[in-house]
Design a protein around this ligand. Structure first.
Ligand code: DGT
Ligand code: CA
Ligand code: CA
Ligand code: ZN
Length: 583
């Protein structure tokens, strides 16, 4: 959020002004502004200058600076102050709890260049003896501050990391002299959780790129700054590495730093068998002569392979498939023809059915299913029978209008029916049979025993009108573990009954992970990729679900909602026909 960024800039500015012995009143004004802005409940980026000036402690000058920060990500006064103090000293100022005077004393004595040097000095108690005002307790505080800044650097859901990485890329493109710039690492492979961001660049002036990168306002702490590689902790609490490489090694480096490590090892071994050395600097023949590395495809070409899509680079069969020429034609976002799990404002969504239809058409989709919650989910204003029938009527009317206007788009009547804790569904078959899409899902009894939950799901799948099992494990990344469920059993029942399984694209869910999705495909179970949208912007989450599908080796034909309206319904309603025949 821009508020905390603005706060960091103001407090950094105060620190630097203090170091250069500026007017104490100005320094105090910046400190106070930092505190006020940090705690301010509304997003300052949406406020006009006049509104900003009404915030206590913000006058004309600070309001202008806030506007500048919102527009440019920094302010001139801050950048100018940074120019006046040495690099290492401004690094020290990023350590929480280390005041400017102590930072200056440490810098003057040790000329520290990165935070790990400071950490080492504090750990070895070498600060204590050297600087009079530093006691053992100060050293502990410094270590805690360093730890604090690094905290939360555990793995994060991709949905939290990707937007930040994209902002980082735009900032670098705008301000750093970079030629090529690419995201590498697990983010390029679209793993569902990300350890850290890896970025690769080429440039005529790597030193300048490092300066810009480590100086970005979204950087909370610089862990290490080198001539061609730097590591920082971003304000959101996770780490980013930036490396600048030579143009003629960019492809080799991109391949190396995209990983996975296991995939790289396989490539390297295949190289060795051909008498080639493959590393992040390039491809070298027996004589040590460089024979490629500018482009990533160079690496695969010398091994006689087509380029393997990053999502598959996990050493889980992709090398063998590439050798045989049988890599899958992975599904793409453009292949998706519609979303089959969307909430309108009739339950806990925020938009009307008409608005949802408009947004879906704008995405180029040809259908959308409205699947509001059923009554069991009271907190989500779940629909009772009467309100559901009302919704059905509304959808019929909208479809009628679309038809009259010859608009080639269909709204599907649906529901997200709650699987109750005893395994029964929230609506009788008589109602479910009037719907096109019935997504069944569990919202309660997460702590039940495995057999119980598995039993509930199996019972739901056996219902002929349930088209899809939605968010099959109930997990919320980083928040809630999946419930205990025997996935093998669930998949087997889905296979027997012909029920589809959902890849839920909602970033906190990404439910049905890549390995299970791949297993489902192997069993011939139809898969649908849905967003579970509650607002229109959520439709963009489709790319996360598609990424899971790609990591699961899925092709368009494995996914029901890449099919035309008619074919999609044929797949999802097959079980209805079978049950009609046998009953
Ligand atoms: P993460 O950050 O834990 O989500 O996963 P990655 O894959 O992004 O891993 P990271 O950031 O440690 O390293 C980026 C890539 O660099 C990794 O995917 C492969 C490559 N790499 C790192 N260390 C090694 C290594 O020791 N050997 C080889 N062959 N490659 C490595
Ligand atoms: Ca990484
Ligand atoms: Ca890394
Ligand atoms: Zn839902």
């Amino acid at each position: 959020m821009i508020n905390s960024e603005a706060a960091r800039i103001f407090s950094g500015l105060a620190d630097m002004l203090e170091l250069s012995g500026e007017n104490p009143f100005r320094i105090r004004a910046y400190r106070r502004a930092a505190m006020v802005v940090e705690g301010y409940p509304n997003d300052i980026s949406r406020m006009s200058k006049e509104e900003l000036k009404k915030i206590p402690g913000i006058g004309e000058d600070l309001a202008s600076k806030l506007i500048e920060i919102v527009q440019t990500g920094t302010c001139k006064a801050y950048e100018a102050a940074r120019q006046r103090i040495p690099e290492g000293l401004s690094l020290l100022l990023t350590v929480p709890g280390l005041g400017p005077k102590t930072a200056r004393a440490i810098y003057d004595k040790f000329r520290i260049k990165d935070i790990s040097e400071l950490e080492k000095l504090a750990m070895e108690h070498r600060l204590k003896g050297a600087i009079p005002k530093i006691k053992e307790k100060t050293e502990q505080n410094i270590l805690r501050g360093i730890g604090l800044a690094r905290m939360g650097t555990g793995r994060r859901p991709i949905g939290q990391v990707l937007p930040v990485a994209q902002a980082l890329i735009s900032a670098l493109r705008a301000r750093a002299p970079v030629r090529q710039l690419e995201i590498a690492g697990s983010l390029r492979r679209w793993k569902e959780t990300i350890g850290d961001i890896d970025i690769l660049a080429t440039s005529r002036d790597p030193a300048k790129v490092m300066d810009v990168f480590t100086g970005l306002s979204m950087v909370r702490q610089v862990v290490a700054k080198g001539e061609t590689k730097s590591t920082v902790i971003l304000s959101e609490g996770f780490q980013a590495d930036l490396r600048v490489v030579e143009d003629d090694a960019f492809g080799a480096a991109l391949c190396y730093f995209t990983g996975s490590k296991e995939h790289n090892i396989r490539l390297r071994e295949m190289g060795v068998k051909k008498g080639l050395k493959i590393n992040e600097y390039g491809i070298f023949d027996k004589k040590g002569e460089k024979i490629g590395g500018t482009k990533e495809e160079d690496v695969y070409r010398v091994l006689g392979l087509p380029v393997v899509p990053p999502e598959l680079r996990e050493d889980s069969g992709e090398i063998e498939a590439a050798l045989k020429g049988s890599l899958p034609q992975l599904v793409r976002v453009e292949d998706i023809k519609g979303d089959l799990h969307v909430h309108s404002k009739l339950s806990d969504g925020s938009y009307s059915i008409e608005e949802i239809v408009q947004a879906a058409m704008k995405r180029g989709w040809s259908y959308v299913a409205i699947t509001d919650h059923s009554k069991g989910l009271g907190i989500a204003r779940g629909l009772d029978q009467e309100r559901l029938l009302e919704e059905i009527k509304q959808i019929d009317a909208i479809n009628g209008k679309l038809k009259r206007n010859k608009t080639p788009f269909a709204v599907l009547k649906g529901v997200e029916v709650d699987i109750r804790s005893d395994g029964a569904l929230d609506f009788p078959d008589e109602i479910l049979s009037r719907l096109d899409i019935v997504n069944a899902s569990i919202h309660s009894g997460f702590r039940q025993a495995e057999e119980k939950i598995t039993g509930r799901i199996k019972a739901a799948l056996r219902n002929p009108f349930v088209t899809t099992l939605s968010h099959p494990t109930g997990r919320l990344l980083g928040e809630r573990e999946a419930y205990r469920v025997d996935m093998e059993e669930v998949l087997k029942t889905a296979q027997e009954t012909g029920t589809a399984i959902e890849i839920n694209s909602f970033p906190a869910r990404l439910d049905l992970n890549d390995t299970t999705a791949r297993k489902a495909r192997d069993m011939g179970i139809p898969i649908v990729i849905n967003t579970d949208a509650h607002i229109l912007d959520h439709f963009s989450y489709m790319s996360y679900g598609v990424a899971i599908a790609r990591r699961a080796w899925l092709e368009p034909k494995n996914i029901a909602n890449t099919l035309s309206f008619k074919e999609m319904l044929e797949v999802l309603h097959k079980k209805r026909l079978i049950s009609l025949k046998t009953s």
